[in-house]
Design a protein. Structure first.
Length: 435
């Protein structure tokens, strides 16, 4: 089941980022008392009463000729389209404005559930002024204070009430994957190449986002679901007018997938946005395959592929586990290898290792590379166990977690990888005191 998405919408300087950070529990968005500071959408996860959801902070919508205003408005409208619930934020301090009314008109057209939050209602006098906002036509205004946290719990209760009751599900035995990457890397062509390479499309399953279709197909007797491919085919050009517009869609697809095909354009090489999107997939703990597309367009020598692979490994050192495949969506070069590779990294992502075999590896590793001593105290490792898969996560019980430096954690990870096939998936090691 895909998690719902909540977008925070409003004119500039009503406190959207402050509320966003309050709910997220961290200062993710830049907060400054200057209109227009948040120019790009910011995306993160939050949880309330066991309901996990994604949040989008947006630049303020303002009907004026201020710098960047057209881009801000476009960003916000994209966030509105992606959202399942919209939080329309206004300010009790400034009262109802013409910009608020213009934002309301945009929200009417969206036909999405809207929660009206009146921020900066920090005192009883300010709370009395919220009734003017009934004129916006979104029901009861909810007085809140992003700075002090007043009313945030009630706001979250209302948001959760409006989450979709039914979401698109696919059979549990399907392997869900998505194709991500910055604009112009050839994602749409790759989608079409995968589906057109002797594949049998099983069905189209509606997702939670309107007009988003997850495409099911079968290859090599394995059932796959390609996440939100209709969104790529139908609306890709809208999102990819600039690179910033595609980031949130990629993040949402990552959240709904087991395996990520991270696509790089062989002609253009590696860009900064590539690192941003790949980093999000890595942090989300997804299995990742690095796909270098448009490989047919390069003039090659005996060292071209090796040099390109070295470049990728240097730029994405945290993704050393990700297999690299060089393909051409245009000529179908190596496209037929993708289903089997997706299945392999998915199996590794879901793999479980017996505790006895794991501890044999850990103890042999300690014998080869003894544990470090810090301030006269030696790290002692008692035992280890795998606690979950997807991604594989191991707990190592020690005498004092503070004595286990990240470099020794990395050493243990390498030993585990050397003994068990975890190619394609990150693994996580958690330090715990035996007590």
């Amino acid at each position: 089941m895909a998690m719902p998405t909540v977008a925070f919408i409003g004119r500039p300087n009503v406190g959207k980022s402050t509320i966003f950070n309050r709910i997220a529990g961290d200062r993710i968005s830049i907060v400054e008392d200057t209109p227009g500071v948040t120019r790009d959408r910011i995306y993160t996860h939050a949880e309330w009463l066991a309901n996990e959801f994604a949040m989008i902070d947006t630049g303020g919508i303002q009907i004026s000729d201020a710098p960047f205003n057209t881009q801000i408005k476009n960003q916000a409208e994209i966030a509105i389209e992606e959202a399942d619930v919209i939080v329309f934020i206004v300010s009790a301090k400034e009262g109802l404005t013409s910009d608020d009314e213009q934002v309301a008109k945009i929200l009417y057209r969206s036909d999405k559930p809207v929660v009206l939050a009146v921020n900066k209602a920090d005192n009883p006098d300010a709370r009395e002024d919220i009734y003017d906002f009934y004129a916006l036509g979104f029901g009861d205004p909810m007085p809140i204070s992003g700075v002090h946290g007043t009313g945030i719990g009630d706001l979250l209760d209302k948001i959760v009430e409006k989450f979709p009751k039914e979401t698109g599900n696919v059979p549990n035995d399907d392997i869900r994957f998505s194709i991500i990457g910055r604009p112009n890397v050839g994602k749409s062509s790759l989608v079409n190449a995968i589906l057109g390479e002797n594949r049998v499309i099983v069905s189209d399953v509606a997702g939670t986002t309107r007009d988003a279709i997850d495409t099911r197909f079968e290859a090599d007797n394995i059932k796959f679901t390609m996440v939100d491919t209709a969104g790529i085919r139908k609306r890709g050009k809208v999102y990819e007018n600039t690179e910033r517009y595609s980031v949130m869609r990629a993040m949402k697809a990552i959240d709904q997938s087991d395996v990520i095909l991270f696509v790089i354009n062989a002609e253009e090489g590696i860009r900064e946005q590539d690192k941003k999107v790949a980093g999000y997939a890595h942090e989300a703990g997804k299995a990742i395959i690095t796909v270098v597309n448009k490989w047919d367009t390069l003039k090659k020598t005996n060292h071209t592929q090796q040099d390109f692979e070295t470049l990728i490994r240097n730029e994405f050192q945290y993704m050393a586990y990700s297999p690299i495949i060089f393909v051409s969506a245009k000529t179908k070069q190596r496209i037929e290898q993708l289903p089997a590779l997706i299945k392999r990294v998915y199996d590794n992502h879901e793999k479980r290792v017996q505790s006895s075999a794991l501890n044999d590896v850990i103890m042999d590793a300690v014998a080869v590379h003894p544990t470090p001593t810090v301030n006269g105290k030696r790290l002692r490792i008692y035992y280890a166990t795998q606690v979950v898969s997807g991604p594989p996560t191991f707990v190592v019980f020690v005498n004092n977690p503070d004595l286990m430096h990240f470099s020794y954690v990395r050493f243990l990870e390498n030993q585990i990888r050397d003994n068990f096939d975890f190619s394609g998936t990150p693994i996580r090691i958690i330090k715990r005191s035996r007590k």
